[in-house]
Design a protein around this ligand. Structure first.
Ligand SMILES: [Mg+2]
Length: 273
């Protein structure tokens, strides 16, 4: 499974079955996930979703959660990271890629490696790597309608930066719903799933974990949230995709269609009122 760092906000490359990509209808699996659950095996049921009537804070990861990994934005960002390092050190692209991966392994993110060893300006780096073509992301009226029906506050909790987040939710046509964005600057460049960052996030946004739910495509990022008492939802790959750790105890719900799941959740809440 390919790992990927805070620049794009994705720790593992996965596939979310929502907000399909422009011109792409078939998931492109490039990395072998560790488990092989079928779609039917892990489809969330209404009984599993008991307790959603208490949710007041809806917390969303950004990349590959609010839009599908089929959009392959990561591939653009990953290449930009290599280009940035190649230009910084006047080295070949291949050498830059090796250095990038070394920093990622040693520091958790490429950015932290660059900041630690070379005092790189994070804003300069993040601006560069996120200067990508977002037209692969289509507007998602279904997600817009689904989020509109949710009562309470909606916040984005991302390992990417605010500017990228704003561009993505703008492209999706869902920006109007969000009350806040917690980005990698707010996290002082310590990415999810570092448990300490979750404490900073919930304090900053007045989130009560027992009344909050987190949506993520990266299973590992759900663990600290569940430990705090948050409800968790793994937004998993589309029909032909497979997902990591979907049976783990810190994953309370799994869906391959975020908009549909949210619509169902809102409907259940309404009928429970
Ligand atoms: Mg993600």
């Amino acid at each position: 499974m390919k790992r990927y760092d805070a620049a794009g906000g994705v720790e593992f490359l996965g596939f979310a079955g929502i907000a399909r990509c422009h011109g792409l209808t078939t998931p492109v699996l490039e990395f072998a996930p560790p488990s092989h659950h079928t779609r039917s095996m892990i489809k969330s049921s209404s009984t599993e979703r008991a307790g959603l009537e208490n949710i007041e804070h809806w917390v969303f990861d950004l990349d590959n959660t609010l839009y599908s990994a089929e959009c392959r934005l990561f591939h653009q960002i990953d290449r930009r990271m290599g280009e940035y390092i190649a230009a910084l050190f006047d080295m070949s692209f291949d050498a830059a890629r090796r250095l990038q991966k070394d920093y990622f392994r040693a520091h958790g993110t490429t950015l932290r490696g660059l900041m630690t060893h070379h005092d790189v300006d994070p804003a300069d780096y993040l601006d560069y790597v996120h200067d990508i073509d977002l037209t692969a992301i289509d507007p998602s009226p279904a997600l817009d309608r689904a989020i509109a029906r949710l009562p309470g506050r909606k916040v984005i909790f991302t390992n990417a930066d605010r500017k990228h987040a704003e561009q993505v939710i703008g492209r999706l046509g869902i920006a109007r719903h969000f009350d806040g964005i917690f980005d990698i600057f707010d996290a002082e460049f310590v990415p999810k799933p570092d448990p300490g960052i979750y404490d900073v996030f919930i304090e900053r946004h007045d989130v009560l974990p027992a009344r909050a739910i987190l949506f993520e495509d990266t299973a590992a990022n759900l663990a600290p949230a569940a430990a705090l008492g948050m409800t968790t939802v793994l937004v998993r790959p589309g029909e032909d995709g497979v997902v990591n750790d979907s049976g783990a105890p810190h994953i309370h719900h799994v869906t391959d269609d975020l908009a549909a799941w949210l619509t169902d959740a809102a409907g259940e809440r309404k009928s429970a009122d």
